[in-house]
Design a protein around this ligand. Structure first.
Ligand SMILES: *[C@@H]1O[C@H](CO)[C@@H](O)[C@H](O)[C@H]1NC(C)=O
Ligand SMILES: *[C@@H]1O[C@H](CO)[C@@H](O)[C@H](O)[C@H]1NC(C)=O
Length: 406
């Protein structure tokens, strides 16, 4: 039998422990909502994020070349009837469309394109690709090991993405950015896998001229460390397009943009490579970049240039879709050569050693990694991200939205 003194001791100890727990949890969870406004995001689902009455006459005729965007034109204000993203949430659309914050700083973004996937039904937990996007958003916005500072996180969604998924991504803190499909004439386009046909829609990232520069990553990307420094990489800067006497445009192709930016990395074969890999020490085809990770500068002139190829039969080899198109247009030796980023930023088929040596991000599916061979630590780490993300958001949902639910 416990006496009154012992009972009092038990009560005091319990109260003390409860306060400690509360302090620990508030440290982790109450700090979260503060982050969102910093990135111009709020977690209220925007009713505008649906593709319903979307009139996408899109970017063709009414857009003029945006040479002035990189100059100092005072009136590069979006013209009426020219907005192709009528339903883009207000906080995304920068009315000046000049790639700057109101205080003049450069406006930057991380973006990914999410479209229909093979696992698509209403069971979000079993949609592996959807989990990938959520991991990426979580790593960019929330996870202290990898999160970013003052850079927007945008998920471009095609009409095939369900409302439940859009709502969940908004709640996670992402800016959900609806885009219409960009299609190619199927009579001549021959993607290696027919379901890849939607991937040309990725080119619409060039229409996001509210940003000065954007790092585009495929949804199956993962961060080990923060990526913010990539915007300072010497290769990640806007370049003037070269005038070349020997350049002959394909007939019907829209003019070259006056400036451009495409910075990326050649791909590795598999997990047998040196780190960082180089020509001859693990790169598959030096000079051919992987379009799953690249830096670009939004520009309507550039968008129109790329897009014009889609209407010209056999203007490029469509086997690898937008990747081949961009590699052709930005070939080394041409007027807009792509720039090589530091190979520490991103790699496919990483090894346990790469991660120790400072690898920043990975382009690899969390659930299957056939070319990682026996790098079991890395494989386990990739899988664990999926569950750590889930645990994190389970807590976030309980704590960050507690006031509303009570
Ligand atoms: C065009 O000329 C440049 C040098 O000015 C050269 O590097 C490039 O290979 C040439 N391209 C073709 C297609 O001849
Ligand atoms: C790439 O980045 C790493 C890590 O910051 C640095 O040590 C290395 O010197 C860089 N390499 C080049 C070629 O700039």
């Amino acid at each position: 039998m416990a006496g009154p003194a012992q009972k009092r001791l038990v009560t005091i100890t319990a109260a003390f422990l409860a306060i400690c727990l509360l302090l620990v949890s508030s440290h982790h969870y109450y700090a979260l909502p503060d982050r969102a406004p910093q990135n111009g995001v709020n977690t209220t689902p925007a009713s505008s994020a649906h593709p319903s009455n979307k009139d996408t006459a899109a970017a063709d005729t009414s857009y003029e070349a945006d040479e002035e965007r990189f100059g100092h034109s005072p009136d590069n204000v979006a013209k009426p009837g020219h907005a192709d993203h009528n339903d883009v949430p207000e906080r995304v659309a920068n009315p000046k469309n000049n790639g700057k914050h109101p205080d003049g700083r450069e406006k930057l973004a991380y973006a990914t394109l999410f479209s229909a996937t093979l696992d698509q039904d209403e069971d979000l937990e079993n949609d592996k690709y959807f989990a990938s996007v959520r991991i990426l958003v979580w790593q960019l916005l929330h996870n202290p090991d990898t999160r970013t500072t003052d850079i927007d996180v945008v998920v471009m969604v095609t009409p095939s993405v369900s409302k439940s998924r859009r709502d969940r991504l908004e709640r996670d803190g992402a800016i959900v950015y609806p885009v219409e499909y960009l299609h190619i004439d199927k009579s001549w386009a021959r993607p290696a896998q027919p379901q890849w046909i939607d991937i040309f829609t990725k080119l619409r990232v060039w229409e996001m001229t509210q940003y000065s520069r954007v790092l585009l990553m495929d949804t199956d990307s993962m961060l080990v460390r923060p990526l913010d420094g990539i915007f300072q990489d010497p290769a990640a800067q806007i370049q003037p397009t070269k005038h070349m006497e020997n350049y002959t445009a394909i007939e019907g192709v829209a003019p070259l943009p006056p400036t451009h930016l495409l910075a990326s990395l050649s791909e590795v074969w598999d997990s047998y490579h040196e780190f960082p890999p180089a020509d001859g020490t693990g790169l598959k085809k030096y000079g051919y970049f992987n379009a799953g990770f690249f830096m670009l500068a939004p520009s309507i002139a550039a968008f129109n240039h790329y897009r014009s190829f889609l209407d010209i039969p056999n203007s490029f080899d469509s086997k690898y879709m937008e990747q081949n198109l961009l590699n052709q247009i930005h070939a080394w030796g041409g007027p807009m050569p792509w720039q090589e980023l530091n190979y520490t930023w991103n790699i496919r088929c990483p090894t346990d050693a790469d991660i120790e040596k400072g690898l920043v991000s990975i382009h690899e599916k969390w659930w299957t990694q056939p070319y990682l061979y026996n790098n079991d630590k890395t494989k386990a780490w990739l899988k664990s991200r999926r569950w750590e993300m889930k645990g994190w958001y389970d807590a976030y949902d309980r704590f960050a939205h507690r006031d509303k639910d009570e």
